[in-house]
Each structure stands twice: as C-alpha cells, then as structure tokens.
Design a protein around this ligand. Sequence first.
Ligand SMILES: [Zn+2]
Length: 269
Amino acid sequence: MSQTSSSSTDPPAPQSSALPPSHPFNTDNSHNTTTTQAEQTSNLPILSHKVVPDRKPLLRLELRDLSSDGSFAFLRLVHASHALSHAVDTVLMHLYTGVSPSHIPGTRSVTLILREMDGVAYTTGLALDDDHKEIHFNTKYISFTPESRQKEEILGVLVHEMVHCWQHSGFGSAPVGLTEGVADWVRLKAGLAPPHWKRDSDCEWDAGYQHTGYFLEWLEKEHGEDVVRRINQALRGCKYDGDSLWQSCCGKSVEGLWAEYKKSMKEAQ
Ligand SMILES: [Zn+2]
C-alpha cells in the first residue's frame, strides 16, 4: 500500500527509554540518595569542615580508552564522582579556610582525562577560558603502580593535580618549585604521601614537590598553621616578589628560613 503523507516517511523522533513504574523519577519525591551511598562505599578520609566556593565547579570524567589496564583499575578502585569532589573539598579546606570566598579562584569546571601519555599527570587550563581546567592522568602510570598502592596513588595524584586547579601563582610568575611544593604539601596534609617520600634538605628550598612540601610543613610549626594559606594569598592578583612575600609571611628571607630548616634537620638526626 502506497503512502502519500510526507510525515510517514520522516524518521521517528528519538524516544527516551521507558522508566520502570517504581523509578523515583516517576514520583514527585525524587530525593537523590547517591551521595550517601558513595560516602559509605568510597572509604575516603573524613574532612573536619568544608570550604564552599562562590560557584560549585562542574566535575567531569573522560576515559579515552576504557579497555586499558589503567582505566580498568581506576574504575574498579575509585568512586570517580566522590573522589573528584572530595579532592576539591580537600584542596579548598587546606588552602582557603578562613579566606573570603571572593579570594578563591573562579574555577568553573575540572575534567579528569584518563589517557595513555608520558609522565604521571599534569593540569592545564583551556586556551579560551582558563577557568576550565583539565587534569590529564596517564593510564600506563596507574597500571604500573603496584596493586597494593594503586588506590592511594590515584587519590594522591588527584589531590596534587586538583591543587593546580585552585592555587594562586602570581599570574604564573611564582617559582614552579613553590607551586609544586604547595601541591605536595596539600597531598601530605591529606594523608596521601606515598611511602618513598622523605624529608630532605640536601637541595634548594624550591626543589619542589615533597622537598618543598616538607619545608612548608616545617614553616607551619614555626610561623603558624595558616602560613601556606598566607603564601597562597600573597600570590593572588600580583606577580611573585620573593623578598616581600617571605618577609610579610614569615618575617625573614626564604634563604634564611631554608638555612634554619637545614639546621633543624641536622639537629634531629
Ligand atoms: Zn604538579
């Protein structure tokens, strides 16, 4: 039988799958209970309090190769939505407690991208809008990490990279060793330091990573527990000026502070 109506030859409009009658979306009372379930199953450290930014960031996950061993391990070990939001909460608590929300960077989104690449991980802002961040994490690195360490290492790297999404850097002028040191200081404070880390003063203060992270931890004891927050705020809205930053935050030059740190390490041996 021929049909003349043009509408009968158009492709049908896409249809959503039918919801089962018992689905909560079918009621007016659709409370979201996934957060509670995630908190119960994720086994992440409980934070003493939350620092809430003016705008809640959009968190996204992109898996470039689902079949890779690293993606497989990540999905098996980590509740991704909870781990990402917990990393944000961890970073904001350590860097912005007691700080006006208007002094927190306006990060609008963080996308975690798991893919095969060189190195461990890095964070970048989109060229068009630096408020949108991407964390690239090497799936090969995840798969080569011993299984007993995989979950802690994933969470630790996530926290480190999440710091780069929220820290101030004097418009990128701060020494890389300082911004990397702040990132590892937050990882240390979050209880996610890997077992091979150790205090080490046989280098310069801005050697970065855990070398500078432990130095910042020592500064907390000597110059107040908010010293890293003050250093971070001193890198907001102006370029890095080493003389004035360390004088205003600690009353001394960083070289003098580093010499004291070295001395304290020798005395502790
Ligand atoms: Zn880093």
